[in-house]
Write a protein that binds this ligand. Structure first.
Ligand SMILES: [Zn+2]
Length: 118
């Protein structure tokens, strides 16, 4: 059994070379604590086990890797603003962005979406 490998991104798409990916959604940016394809759904199955599926799904609308300017902080030295690779979900439907924020796979987003609303 071999581990699934991430699909190769086209050369024109920026990807984070190392470290944690940044995801942009719902007017905010979130720093993921692991590669996107490893982010698992937080829902529990009926057997009280954590859902094994990942949030990133080939069956759901995909975000877009973009190079965006890193937010500059006042008072810092004028370093060249290094753009950072951001997985931009801001053009996806609201429900999709909510699914990412609540860290659910597509199946559990459909089942539990209403319960996650404030
Ligand atoms: Zn799930």
């Amino acid at each position: 059994m071999s581990l699934p490998s991430a699909p190769a991104a086209p050369a024109c798409e920026p990807r984070p070379s190392s470290g944690r990916p940044v995801v942009q959604l719902l007017l905010g940016r979130y720093l993921a604590d692991q590669p996107l394809e490893h982010i698992r759904c937080v829902a529990q199955t009926r057997q009280r086990r954590r859902c094994p599926r990942s949030v990133l799904s080939p069956h759901a609308p995909a975000g877009l890797w973009r190079l965006l300017p890193a937010t500059a902080h006042r008072g810092q030295l004028a370093l060249p603003a290094a753009p950072m690779a951001v997985y931009d979900l801001s053009r996806l439907p609201y429900a999709e962005q909510l699914r990412w924020r609540t860290q659910r796979c597509p199946a559990h987003a459909a089942a539990d979406g209403a319960a996650d609303l404030p």
